[in-house]
Design a binder for this molecule. Structure first.
Ligand SMILES: *Cc1c(COP(=O)(O)O)cnc(C)c1O
Length: 396
């Protein structure tokens, strides 16, 4: 590949990467090393909520890097205190622990729930999670995940995660015993193909967790930070979880994640939890400017307007090609195909000329759309037109 003396094979092979190298990005657009431009509806897997290299991220990175980058997590720093306060004020939670990835935030949630179970529930430690769920790629979060085929890749599996069916409250009730301490789920299963938890199901979960004195943990790594048209997805369910995790959008592209919990659940003793880079001022300063940009009613209203526009456009395409509809909440949506061509469509879209289109296929029969939250109407239209012309070529 055109990288002179450098070899892409020097990178450990962990996924099938296309034969292109991205060199710059701006807003909803990426550019590769040949100068070709791509309209990006992946955005680092719902990470770049303000698009590529937005001024908020550039400015806070450059200003904070001149002030203070890493004093150590054993000392307070201003941006982490400000971001934690803003998150607490914007949510139903009382305390925040910052981490560097969604999986690490979820590990923290699991540890917190187990510690709480040890103190208050006679050592209860089992966490009910959902089939097809995705919570990350560390050993514990892989065990928590309900992804098919993940049961026995790296044996032994971490014990203590039992699986229920999303939107089937009886399947959850059947699993509750004295060893259970919490129920953990994504408000919308992202990797599973954008499958929302029903409002009734989420409210029933809150009821049975209250009844049995269990914790309700929402993994909002993908759905949080405005993705669904409200700052957090749980707010659309009229419930208050006990613990929430955030990742992806919270850093607008830099590694940042968070674990939030109600006061009564914050039972870590000194030394139980930490990490070298956790809450560093460089990333939390970025998180603060991202939150300030999105946490206002006009930005959220724009997300909902874009979401309606995208949803309608996808429905029209679904009708035109006799597909199985579209679904999602806010700017996390999926188009359900009537065949298993999703990966072929993704490849054709990327190779489209003169400008490519980046789409994602978490399942062989569906496409997922997770554009920047500030994507324009024109960009959504261009994406829909490009998709339409690809579909007309391969399906007609
Ligand atoms: C992406 C994701 C994770 C894992 O986040 P990483 O930053 O990749 O560790 C966990 N949970 C959900 C719901 C996710 O979408």
């Amino acid at each position: 590949m055109g990288l002179n003396k450098f070899k892409v094979s020097s990178l450990m092979d962990i996924t099938a990467r296309p034969d292109i190298v991205f060199v710059r990005g701006h807003g909803s657009w990426l550019e590769d090393n040949t100068g070709k431009k791509y309209l990006d509806f992946i955005q680092g897997w719902a990470v770049n909520c303000l698009g590529h290299s937005p001024k908020e991220v550039i400015n806070s990175l450059s200003e904070q890097s001149k002030l203070l980058i890493n004093p150590s997590p054993a000392f307070y720093n201003q941006p982490s205190v400000e971001l934690a306060t803003s998150l607490v004020n914007a949510s139903c939670f009382d305390h925040v622990f910052f981490a560097n990835s969604g999986a690490e935030a979820n590990e923290g949630a699991i540890k917190l729930a187990r510690k709480w179970g040890k103190i208050y529930k006679k050592g209860a430690y089992k966490i009910i999670t959902m089939k097809d769920s995705f919570h990350g790629r560390t050993l514990a979060t892989m065990s928590a995940s309900g992804k098919a085929g993940w049961d026995n890749i790296f044996p032994p599996r971490m014990e203590g995660f039992i699986k229920a069916d999303l939107n089937d409250i009886e399947s959850v009730k059947r699993l509750i015993d004295d060893d259970v301490v919490a129920i953990m789920l994504e408000p919308i299963q992202g990797e599973a193909g954008v499958i929302p938890a029903d409002k009734k199901f989420m409210q029933d979960l809150r009821d049975i967790t209250n009844l049995h004195n269990l914790l309700l943990i929402v993994d909002e790594v993908q759905t949080g930070m405005g993705r669904t048209g409200t700052l957090f997805a749980y707010q659309q369910y009229d419930i208050e979880p006990d613990i929430m995790t955030l990742g992806k959008g919270i850093g607008g592209g830099v590694p940042l994640s968070a674990l939030l919990a109600k006061d009564s659940i914050c039972v870590f003793s000194h030394g139980d939890q930490g990490g070298t880079y956790n809450g560093n001022p460089l990333c939390t300063a970025v998180g603060l400017s991202v939150l300030n940009a999105i946490n206002n009613s006009s930005f959220m209203e724009d997300v909902r307007i874009s979401s309606d526009f995208l949803s309608k456009g996808l429905s029209i395409i679904s009708d035109k090609y006799d597909m199985n509809g579209e679904r999602g909440i806010g700017l996390l949506r999926a188009l359900i195909l009537n065949n298993n061509d999703a990966q072929a469509i993704v490849d054709l879209a990327r190779n489209f000329e003169p400008t490519g289109l980046l789409l994602n296929a978490p399942r062989c029969n569906l496409l997922r759309f997770m554009p920047a939250l500030n994507v324009s109407k024109n960009e959504i239209s261009l994406m829909l037109e490009t998709l339409d012309s690809i579909l007309s070529k391969i399906l007609r």
